[in-house]
Design a protein around this ligand. Structure first.
Ligand code: VGL
Ligand code: ZN
Length: 232
């Protein structure tokens, strides 16, 4: 991580576009503390996409949810989570769950943006570069970024928050629909609608997308099922 983050940024394209890969972490993939079914497949698909397309990006950013240990992180963690605003402990800094999913392969120079230490933070725009300490928006300005592509986990939480903040910050923004997975179909549909209403372009090159548009809203998460069983 540190090695990759301090390597030169990839600069092979004149296109001033950034790719923001949201929270493709062990705890959001199968076997993790807040596993989203399909997370590992997203890690593999993102890796394949980035390997083929990194030359089209002036900057690649991979955000991580990174919460403080021994803290409820501003009410983000709960022993009785509602899976809407409160969650079981996840992505605790210094634990494997906060690391990228092992199947996620990132180019040298990918910026590690971490968010959520001590508080809830769904958007990568709330995060800082773990090396420079800069906010994402400042990093984008430093790199003359004009447009943003977003992918990752989860469509209905952190991807949505990141894409909406990108639009609010004035960036033409695409969400790469072949490279997403959501927690539940209902909230994922609503999130896609909300993003489109805000001006986000849903972009699917037809690459790597087994199920097309339906495919991106069919992911059913283990934690939603757990919530339904546990009830609140
Ligand atoms: C996320 C729930 C809690 C996410 C983060 O990355 O979508 N979801 N913290
Ligand atoms: Zn979190």
């Amino acid at each position: 991580m540190d090695e990759a983050a301090s390597a030169p940024r990839c600069r092979t394209s004149p296109d001033p576009r950034a790719l923001v890969i949201v929270d493709v972490q062990r705890d959001f993939c199968e076997g993790g503390a807040l596993a989203v079914a399909g997370g590992a497949a997203v890690a593999a698909a993102v890796s394949e996409y980035v390997a083929a397309n990194e030359g089209n990006y002036a900057l690649v950013v991979a955000s991580r949810d990174g919460h403080a240990p021994a803290s409820d992180n501003g009410g983000h963690f709960s022993a009785a989570p509602d899976y809407v605003e409160t969650w079981p402990p996840h992505c605790v800094l210094g634990t494997p769950g906060a690391e990228h999913q092992p199947g996620l392969h990132l180019p040298a120079g990918t910026v590690d943006v971490v968010k959520g230490e001590g508080r809830p933070a769904y958007s990568a725009f709330e995060g800082i570069d773990s090396v420079s300490g800069k906010m994402l928006e400042d990093l984008l300005a430093d790199n003359d970024i004009d447009e943003i592509d977003v992918c990752g986990i989860a469509t209905d939480y952190c991807v949505k928050a990141t894409a909406l903040d990108a639009v609010a910050a004035g960036f033409p923004t695409r969400v790469l629909t072949a490279l997403l997975v959501g927690v539940s179909p209902g909230t994922t549909r609503a999130a896609l609608d909300e993003m489109v209403a805000a001006g986000v372009v849903l972009f699917d090159e037809g690459l790597l997308s087994p199920g097309g548009f339906e495919g991106i809203i069919s992911g059913e998460a283990a934690w939603t099922q757990a919530a339904a069983k546990g009830g609140t």
